[in-house]
Design a protein around this ligand. Structure first.
Ligand code: G6P
Length: 360
């Protein structure tokens, strides 16, 4: 069944391997009668009626939310705020006239997110939950649900659910943009299929990522992940994965922000993973890599084909510029996985963490 490991040593490895399939399932699940991507008419109506979206989430789901903000703003032209659920309760922003609240939660059970949902319902605003678990608390209690179709995720460190969240957010933003007549010039269905193949290519070269993990992280005390624009959000997720399962202190940083403090931490041999997928900021992030390298860092550039250069440690397949997170997160997941193995950590059940946190 779906929730057995089979021949896999860890659920996390199995779940990373499932990621291309998850994307393909999402394409199927969100295919309308005419073969175009579609979402439930009521949900589309709610999205179109809103003049601002408020995304509420925790952990990895929060990182997916940051990408979702880009999707709704860039594709559909709808302003979006993304909030950490545990902060939102007592630090509520001023709300727009017609808000729609979107809760992103793999489990649908996270207490921090649920307390926000309860409050928002009291205020009478419309709500949508994006979750992997049909019938979960946040799904039942929200007005609407979009499902992730990722299948059960067992490993504590979220991988396939993140990729599913990003893909479903892309679908929702794209369908809304199309309905609003925003002139999108690409076929998301086709681009998602290309991204699924791109993920597969990375998964098929796991040995390269195992080598990188050994080379950079076997004895590292800390590590940095840097990126600009959408790569910055993925670097946050890369750092979180590494912290969760290998216990290496890791930070995700916006490339340009390093010089305002964090660069002081760079020492001889400090691993710095840099994502380079966005053409418009490629030169800038490469400049940041030079800055840290000059201070002794051991850089690992992960670049997308088309913006790659000689000397990059890993080149990942080219995908649409908005969909790079689907592909660029995968090497970071695998590097974390192998780093944890090299350090003999319990990959599926890391210390101090729970898969779903039902206390505030
Ligand atoms: C826990 C898990 C994280 C997860 C977070 C949010 O802390 O360990 O992996 O990202 O909860 O979970 P949710 O189910 O709401 O996405």
């Amino acid at each position: 069944s779906d929730i057995e490991k089979g021949t896999y040593p860890h659920y996390m490895l199995k779940e990373m391997d499932e990621q291309p399939t998850v994307i393909r399932k999402i394409i199927q699940a969100y295919e309308g009668e005419n073969g175009e991507l579609a979402i439930d008419a009521d949900i589309l109506k709610a999205l179109r009626a809103a003049n601002r979206l408020y995304i509420i989430a925790a952990g990895t789901s929060y990182h997916a939310g940051l990408i979702g903000k880009q999707y709704f703003e860039k594709m559909a032209g709808i302003p979006v705020e993304v909030h950490i659920s545990s902060e939102f309760g007592y630090n509520m922003p001023l709300l727009s006239e017609r808000p729609l609240f979107i809760f992103i939660t793999q489990s649908g059970e996270t207490a921090d997110s649920r307390q926000v949902l309860v409050k928002i319902k009291e205020l009478g605003y419309p709500t949508l939950t994006i979750t992997n678990v049909p019938g979960s608390t946040l799904s039942r209690e929200a007005d609407h649900t979009l499902l992730l179709h990722a299948g059960p995720e067992i490993a504590v460190a979220s991988t396939k659910a993140y990729v599913a969240q990003v893909a479903v957010l892309a679908v929702a933003a794209y369908v809304t943009a199309k309905a609003n007549g925003t002139g999108l010039e690409f076929d998301l269905k086709q681009e998602l299929a290309i991204a699924a193949n791109g993920i597969q290519t990375i998964i098929d070269s796991k040995d390269v990522l195992e080598d990188i993990a050994e080379d950079y992280l076997k004895i590292a005390r800390n590590a940095f992940f840097i990126g600009r624009n959408i790569d910055f959000y993925v670097s946050l997720e890369g750092a979180l994965k590494l912290k969760e399962i290998s216990y290496i202190q890791a930070e995700g940083f916006a490339g340009g922000e390093l010089k305002h403090g964090t660069i002081a931490l760079i020492e001889e041999g400090t691993p710095v993973f840099a994502l380079v997928t966005q053409e418009d900021v490629a030169l800038n992030i490469r400049g940041n890599v030079k800055e840290v390298t000059a201070r002794g860092a051991y850089p690992c550039i992960i670049a997308m084909a088309g913006v790659d250069e000689d000397g990059d440690r890993l080149v990942i397949p080219h995908v649409h510029e908005l969909l790079t997170p689907l592909v660029s997160v995968v090497p970071l997941q695998l590097i974390s996985y192998y780093a944890a193995l090299h350090r003999r950590c319990d990959v599926d059940k890391p210390r101090n963490l729970a898969k779903s946190v039902t206390v505030e």
